[in-house]
Ligand binder design. Structure first.
Ligand code: FMN
Ligand code: MN
Length: 498
């Protein structure tokens, strides 16, 4: 099996797996869909296909809302497995012997397959609407929260070209509907689409794909370096190239498999007031100037399905998109910061607010090195708080991390206050985009770091634990042999993960 080829394959798969519910009752995309979805997401419920969202086009939502669905999307047992697929290629060594050479060839093929492929026609252009026929009002675009300025397109893949290099970028930037033929384009200050726009003098072509196969839709949200095409990542992760067709009214290629494509232009001096919008920070992001996207065409399948997502106070559906990025990018992060064993971006921290990281420490000050590395690494550089623990601590076990922070930290010695760029949407710092950072070194420290002799951690002997495991039934206490060998297993699995 391979990941689904388009949104329809994906919906069929979700249905076969009991992961989708069709809602045939008429439902209003103005707030009502949000309230339904918010309850379903928080309960770990299914994807929802609203068949009558006051529009001819059905609305698909909560496709990414659980870990299981995310794994189904990637056709993987776990998100770490997806990360390993990428890590395998990043860490490629010259092959030794025949078996390794064959494996190496397979890896090279997967790289070759990742290059997008140009095809002559695509379902995304079955219907072509231009001029007065362009009408965003035909789509069931959600007004998500009561304070939102207007309806917003929330799950778009926005395609631009760097005017200097011709390199493509695909980013997920929400779009506020301004009128039937224009929207705002909310590419934030640190994002690649905005960089392409700032390099343009005058006008640039922009295309927006809606309703993609889940891996390509995910790729639009992936924080790749500017010069790497997100469609390439999608092709690599799918094991099949993303197929593209030339746009009808723009000098850009658009996915052949999309449900809907919006084509148009953005001009340098054409700004509007974007927002407020109930954001993934859990607060409304205030109105700010952003460029206007003026549509020249809408192309679509004849019975196109419109995809949406609601962000808001975490946890929301985007939690698993973020977790996918966390897992998939771990091997790439280790390429530059090899002492990192694992990391966790808590959903409650809206991803950029907090990073828990475990390291294999071998010299004084290494925790501080890692903090600075994170503050210098792609979009992770926006991280506000970094907590560093030793390699044997499970960073996904927040109780254990909290225990280490409380037990191992001398605030005067182990807290590093710094400053730097912060997320566009962070309302807490005194200045927008710039402010304080905190690093907490919760590792064990030695005399070279100004600590006294570090005490030994309490651990029961393996012999006694095994004995209690074996005899558990005999005690008549019931339940599983709670916690048996848990710590040992955990640290072993961390060593193996490396
Ligand atoms: C559901 C969802 C909505 C998002 N909305 C925005 C947005 O409105 N503006 C923005 O700059 N980033 C937004 N992001 C984050 C970007 O998609 C992400 O940073 C991505 O890396 C941007 O692509 P780029 O690195 O090519 O710029 C959103 C992500 C998700 C998952
Ligand atoms: Mn990019």
């Amino acid at each position: 099996m391979a990941p689904p080829g388009d949104l329809r394959d994906w919906i069929a798969l979700l249905e076969r797996e009991g992961e989708l519910v069709r809602v045939s009752a008429e439902v209003d995309p103005h707030l009502e869909v949000t309230e339904i979805v918010d309850r379903v997401v928080k309960a770990g419920g299914p994807a929802l296909l609203f068949e009558r969202p006051k529009s001819e086009h059905p609305l698909l939502i909560n496709q990414f809302g659980t870990e299981r669905r995310m794994c189904l999307a990637f056709d993987a047992e776990s998100l770490d497995e997806v990360g390993r697929r990428l890590g395998d290629v990043l860490e490629m060594q010259p092959p030794q012997g025949i078996a390794e050479k064959v494996k190496g060839l397979r890896k090279l093929k997967s790289i070759a397959d990742s290059q997008p492929k140009r095809v002559r026609s695509g379902a995304s252009q079955e219907v072509v609407l231009t001029g007065d026929d362009v009408d965003l009002g035909a789509l069931p675009i959600q007004t998500c929260w009561p304070g939102d300025a207007a309806p917003f397109i929330t799950l778009p893949a926005v395609i631009t070209k760097d005017p200097r290099t011709g390199g493509r970028n695909v980013g997920m930037y929400r779009m506020q509907v301004l009128d039937p033929r224009s929207t705002a384009m909310h590419w934030q200050i640190h994002k690649d689409g905005r960089a392409d726009y700032l390099m343009t003098d005058g006008k640039m072509d922009v295309a927006v794909a809606l309703g993609l196969d889940p891996v390509t839709a995910y790729a639009a949200s992936a924080p790749l370096p500017k010069h790497v095409d997100e469609f390439m990542l999608a092709g690599f992760l799918r094991g099949e190239p993303v197929e593209l067709v030339p746009g009808k009214t723009v000098d850009l290629e658009v996915p052949a498999n999309a449900e809907i494509v919006l084509e148009g232009t953005i001009s340098r001096d054409d700004l509007t007031t974007e927002g407020p919008f109930g954001d993934h920070t859990g607060y409304y992001s205030p109105a700010e100037p952003f460029p206007v996207f003026r549509l020249s065409a809408i192309t679509m399948r004849s019975d196109a399905i419109y995809p949406s997502i609601v962000v808001g106070k975490p946890p929301a559906e985007d939690a698993w998109l973020g977790k996918a990025t966390e897992r998939i990018f771990l091997p790439a992060i280790r390429m530059s910061v090899p002492e990192i064993v694992d990391y966790d971006l808590p959903v409650a921290g809206a991803f950029h607010n907090c990073c828990l990281v475990s390291i294999r420490k071998s010299f004084p000050g290494q925790a501080q090195k890692v903090m600075h590395a994170i503050w210098g690494l792609g979009l992770l550089s926006l991280t506000k708080a970094v907590v560093v623990v030793d390699e044997w601590v499970d960073v996904h076990d927040y109780d254990d991390v909290f225990f280490r922070v409380c037990a191992n930290v001398d605030p005067k010695r182990d807290v590093l206050l710094s400053e730097g760029p912060l997320d566009h949407l962070d309302h807490a710092p005194s200045l927008q985009f710039y402010g304080g950072k905190i690093g907490i070194d919760a590792t064990h420290k030695g005399p070279a770091e100004g600590a006294r002799e570090w005490p030994e951690e309490i651990v029961m002997s393996g012999e006694v634990r095994r004995r209690v495991d074996e005899r558990w039934e005999e005690y008549g206490i019931g339940g599983a042999a709670a916690g048996a060998d848990g710590d040992a297993k955990r640290s072993l699995s961390q060593l193996l993960r490396r």
